[in-house]
Ligand binder design. Structure first.
Ligand SMILES: [Zn+2]
Length: 638
């Protein structure tokens, strides 16, 4: 078991106390807005799956009842964590309701002619069903006539089977709407980089951290992510033009596509008759991420600002309320325009000033250190960095234009962390000397450098417990002082793993069967290719024809030079073997519901040619255990 977290140091306390004077804590508007329209909630929000496992609970967050922040939490983050505790069913305006606090995201419900339109059914079916039941209990039972996915992130589609039956979708009784490229982006973000992203997301959201004043308090956008059953029903209607107007179950909706913003496929919605503007996830009550620290392709801050400007210009003057798929709404035309103007300028400022400093030759870390919000924005609660930060967003903007390399050739080909650590420790006079100096710096509050210096010692020698302890102590104080929930979570999980080691649970990143079924064959072959272990593939040549009769597709795969490439609608005359199987069988193989040998035995797969060569391909496939080490070196390759 990891050792218990420590208390805040005097310096951390002072740093957190200073926040109280720097920000307008007397302004209670957000609390008023977060409560406004409250209809009802459950006596206790704790949701279990069919096996009785808790997939969502607010029970552990009771410590947030206290209005005053403890010394171990930045007061600005504490305030956000308390705002995110508002949960239940809320009326946004006539005909629009939201369920908040039943997952990290909101479910929005539009009351339509024949039934209701559900926007974003949360992450998992269990929480989505309970959220919908809460609505039904207070507003009456009406059929779901349409679902709209505002964008391609899991917290906006994963619970869909909790609110609709796919048979109704197939029969045309329920439409599913999504922005252009939705399916492509869902698969490409969750499949190829899946394992690395899921593991890194533990550091971003803090889902595996204990809750409490010395643990996870929030995730910025909401409390945390639910941990139930993730599903996906592909859209039946896709918005493809920059602006499209449709009537969905009697409600006029103007869609505005906003590609490459918070998600690669995303859209705003304006409901003219309801005078309400839905900004998906592009304007929320915090600075969002141009790059989330879980890892992702960098987003376009310039486009983000442009689409917010368009939304403000076109819809703002006609909106009495603006809301998003996280957090709480903003009411009143003037406040909507002010809110959108500030959100727009936040992303524009970040983008333009980063690019300006980049063109002056500043390096990413220098830009991150230099940039601060303009004075006119700094006291605005909804632009503060509870989720993204100015620091890591600026580095991401640099990366989008210039990549990871800062142009100093000293950093072009540095030693990898283990070897670098050993050399640093040696140059600095040995581990004992490093730790002695680091302890003195810790006393002076130099937590950032202590964390870095001591990490070199840990990478040189992961068994050095003194180094691990001191590194953990430094990360922990950084976490306690962080305004960003995601930084706090990362620091505190880092501290926990330095103290207790990398958890050794044998787990793989969960893959939703619905997402596997939704993969195109191109994605499938990409997915197989990234699992080829180059060491094992050295010197091998393999050509396989694939036939998928049920979907009438053919592929030829070529393994050569340790690289597996696959061409669509081609077959090779000189193939080693031809494999015929239905797409459904392929899905079961990918999901490990079936092995290739079993599939062959059950005659679900026909092999023409040298069957041993197909088996050979499978022996080359690597496996990705989820819990790879992060704060210490990987011990054995594998
Ligand atoms: Zn979201």
């Amino acid at each position: 078991m990891p050792r218990e977290p420590k208390d805040a140091t005097a310096l951390t306390r002072a740093s957190n106390r200073a926040v109280l004077d720097a920000l307008p804590f007397a302004d209670g508007q957000d609390f008023e807005d977060a409560r406004r329209g409250f209809v009802a909630t459950l006596p206790e929000v704790e949701i279990k799956n069919a096996d009785g496992r808790v997939v969502w609970t607010l029970r552990d967050y009771g410590f947030l009842d206290d209005a005053e922040a403890p010394a171990t939490v930045n007061p600005s983050l504490w305030r956000q964590a308390r705002l995110n505790m508002h949960h239940g069913l809320f009326q946004v305006t006539d005909g629009i309701y939201q369920v908040r606090g039943f997952d990290i995201s909101n479910m929005t419900i539009l009351e339509a002619d024949r039934g209701i339109v559900v926007i974003d059914p949360l992450i998992s079916t269990e929480v989505a069903r309970v959220a919908l039941d809460l609505y039904v209990h207070h507003r009456g039972a009406r059929p779901v006539t349409a679902v709209i996915y505002s964008h391609s992130h899991t917290d906006h589609y994963g619970g869909v089977r909790g609110v609709v039956d796919e048979a109704d979708v197939r029969a045309g009784r329920v439409e599913i709407w999504a922005p252009d490229r939705f399916m492509h982006e869902v698969v490409s973000e969750t499949v190829l980089a899946g394992t690395a992203m899921v593991r890194r997301a533990q550091f971003q959201f803090g889902a595996t951290l204990p809750r409490g004043p010395r643990g996870q308090v929030d995730a910025g956008l909401g409390k945390v992510t639910s941990r139930g059953t993730v599903t996906l029903i592909p859209p039946t209607r896709v918005v493809r033009e920059p602006f499209e107007t449709h009537r969905i179950d009697g409600i006029e909706i103007v869609f505005q596509l906003t590609p490459e913003t918070e998600a690669p496929a995303e859209m705003h919605m304006f409901y003219p008759a309801l005078r309400a503007l839905n900004l998906a996830e592009n304007a929320t009550h915090n600075l969002h991420n141009t790059y989330p620290i879980r890892g992702a392709q960098v987003r376009d801050a310039n486009a983000w600002a442009k689409y917010l400007d368009e939304a403000r210009d076109r819809f703002g003057p006609h909106a009495d309320v603006a809301f998003a798929q996280h957090h709480w709404p903003v009411w009143g035309r003037e406040r909507v325009l002010d809110f959108l103007g500030r959100q727009r300028d936040l992303y524009k400022f970040l983008h333009d000033q980063t690019v300006r400093l980049m063109n002056h030759g500043l390096k990413p870390a220098e830009i991150a250190e230099r940039l601060a919000l303009p004075k006119s924005l700094a006291s605005t609660w909804h632009v503060r960095g509870y989720y993204g930060t100015i620091s890591h967003n600026a580095k991401a903007i640099y990366q989008r234009y210039l990549g990871w390399y800062d142009a100093n050739p000293a950093g072009l080909n540095p030693l990898p962390p283990g070897e670098r650590g050993r050399k640093y420790v040696e140059y600095m006079g040995g581990a004992e000397t490093v730790l002695r100096r680091a302890r003195a710096d810790f006393e002076r509050g130099e937590y950032r450098f202590v964390a870095e210096a001591v990490s070199h010692v840990v990478f040189a020698d992961p068994a050095n417990t003194d180094a691990r302890e001191l590194g953990a102590d430094a990360l922990e104080q950084l976490g306690y002082a962080a305004e960003s929930a995601t930084w706090r979570n990362a620091y505190l999980l880092g501290a926990r793993e330095l103290r207790g080691g990398t958890p050794t649970v044998a787990a793989r990143a969960p893959v939703s069967p619905d997402v596997v079924r939704a993969m195109s064959l191109e994605h499938f072959f990409d997915y197989v290719a990234v699992r080829i272990d180059a060491d094992k593939a050295e010197g091998r040549r393999l050509v396989i024809n694939w036939i998928f009769p049920d979907v009438d597709r053919r592929y030829v795969s070529n393994l050569e030079h340790c690289a597996l490439t696959s061409l669509a609608d081609r077959q090779s005359d000189g193939a080693d073997v031809t494999v015929t199987l239905d797409r459904g069988v392929l899905n079961r193989l990918v999901l490990r519901e079936l092995t290739f040998a079993e599939a062959t035995r059950q005659r679900l797969v026909a092999v023409d040619g040298d069957a041993g060569r197909v088996a050979e391909l499978f022996t080359l496939l690597d496996d990705f255990p989820l819990m790879f080490p992060v704060v210490e070196p990987k011990r054995a390759p594998g």
